[in-house]
Ligand binder design. Structure first.
Ligand SMILES: [Ca+2]
Ligand SMILES: [Ca+2]
Ligand SMILES: [Ca+2]
Ligand SMILES: [Ca+2]
Length: 427
């Protein structure tokens, strides 16, 4: 039951908004300045093009009527990634300006790629500007140009976190093997009973997440505080990953780290494991967006000799409240559709028996099948608007299918499946 309800809610939230397309740039070269900015929505996806003749800058504007938190990012648009003369740009920079034209945000690269992301508070109502520009390296001839996607999300500022209080510790908990259980949204009011005491806590992540573990001054257990605590983070084998002494408030400790799915432990002790006293420990877990191509259809070429492919967009983030789009490459001449579901079969279903050897059905098509949107010859794109799904961590599976008479006896080819994990945040 706990899985069914989110599934139904995700379906109803997604189906109404499948196939949404970005707003196109329409005022080049007027949009090179804020005066000619393209008017955009404060929540949506835009499609622009950075010119090849000279480095381009495209201004986009949006208006908010109350203070918001802006998160905006660029991503690749188009299946090809050629820097010069290709269909997709590969390197952008982002600038954000307030209603008075003051510069309030900038980013070149984020998340290990060449696209850009800015997250900034917008403190007053008004019209703000985002400029997408070509990255120019003065030491390298030529520059990246081509198509890009720009996502804009304006949200109400997040409320202060609230925690549920964990049961009192049960000593001895002085090793990974005897650690207390914890999880995101939990706080612990505990004490180091004697000099040299360590308290271990363990938690398990089933999605990629940003984890924040922090100590806070407290005297609620014995009346005396541990004045200078320290934290150590360990992996499932109790191998130390990191530690922090004074990264929190004053001499308090804080570890903030992006962690892959798995089991971890954290140790709280005095900074020299040489003092006693009370502390409060908080644990926050924020699930992050991911997109992965999974195994499936290992040998399912079309008549072109190439396989149908879903290509996740570099820099694109399947985040709550955003539009997520994927490119489709090697699209055959016949109709193309994207099969969409919130679950996948335990193993891909080989279609040899119906005349498509090497092609696998790897999605439970419980959201439906939807036409690809053609872009250029042999390419298409497909997008969904995620809406405010209140269940970050839910997965959406997509697989492209194309009618390609002659490719095999069935006349259908399938791509490998794409798995989106809907994150509460981006990185
Ligand atoms: Ca442009
Ligand atoms: Ca421009
Ligand atoms: Ca203790
Ligand atoms: Ca202990």
């Amino acid at each position: 039951m706990s899985r069914i309800l989110p599934t139904i809610l995700v379906c109803s939230s997604l189906v109404a908004s499948v196939g949404a397309q970005g707003q196109l740039e329409s005022n080049e070269p007027g949009n090179d300045a804020s005066l000619g900015a393209e008017a955009a929505s404060p929540n949506g996806q835009c499609y622009g093009h950075l010119e090849s003749a000279s480095p381009d800058k495209d201004f986009w504007s949006f208006t908010i009527t109350s203070p918001k938190r802006l998160t905006t990012w660029t991503s690749r648009r188009g299946a090809k990634t050629t820097e010069n003369g290709g269909t997709a740009t590969s390197d952008t920079v982002l600038e954000v300006y307030d209603p008075n034209g003051f510069f309030i945000g900038y980013n070149d690269d984020f998340g290990g790629g060449k696209y850009s992301l800015v997250s900034v508070d917008l403190p007053v109502a008004g019209t703000y500007y985002i400029a997408v520009a070509t990255f120019v390296d003065p030491y390298i001839p030529g520059f990246a140009n081509g198509d890009y996607a720009l996502d804009i999300i304006c949200e109400d500022p997040a409320p202060a976190p609230t925690y549920s209080t964990a049961p009192t510790e049960s000593e001895p908990n002085d090793a990974c093997a005897s650690a207390e259980s914890t999880s995101g949204g939990t706080e612990h009011f505990e004490t180091l009973q004697s000099i040299g005491d360590s308290d271990y806590y363990t938690f398990t992540l089933n999605r990629r997440a940003r984890v924040t573990i922090e100590t806070h001054a407290d005297t609620s257990t014995t009346g005396a505080a541990c004045t200078d605590p320290k934290l150590w983070l360990y992996d499932a084998g109790c191998v130390e990953l990191s530690s922090d002494d004074n990264g929190g408030s004053g001499s308090q400790a804080m570890i903030e780290q992006v962690l892959e799915p798995g089991t971890y432990s954290v140790e709280v002790s005095d900074h020299q494991r040489n003092a006693a006293g009370d502390y409060r420990l908080t644990v926050d877990v924020t699930i992050l967006s991911t997109q992965d191509i999974l195994p499936g259809s290992p040998n399912c070429p079309g008549t072109s000799g190439q396989p149908l492919q879903l290509l996740p967009r570099e820099g694109e983030l399947p985040r709550v409240g955003s539009q997520v789009t994927v490119d489709v490459a090697n699209v055959p001449a016949g109709p193309c559709a994207v099969l969409l579901g919130v679950t996948a079969p335990p193993a891909p279903l080989d279609l040899t028996i119906v005349g498509a050897p090497g092609c696998d059905l790897a999605v439970n098509v419980n959201l439906g099948s939807f036409a690809c949107q053609p872009t250029v010859a042999g390419e298409a794109e497909f997008g969904i608007h995620i809406g405010s799904v209140p269940f970050p961590g839910i997965r959406v599976f997509a697989q492209a299918a194309g009618i390609d008479i002659g490719a095999n006896a069935l006349g259908v080819i399938l791509s490998a499946p794409l798995r989106w994990t809907i994150g509460a945040e981006t990185y």
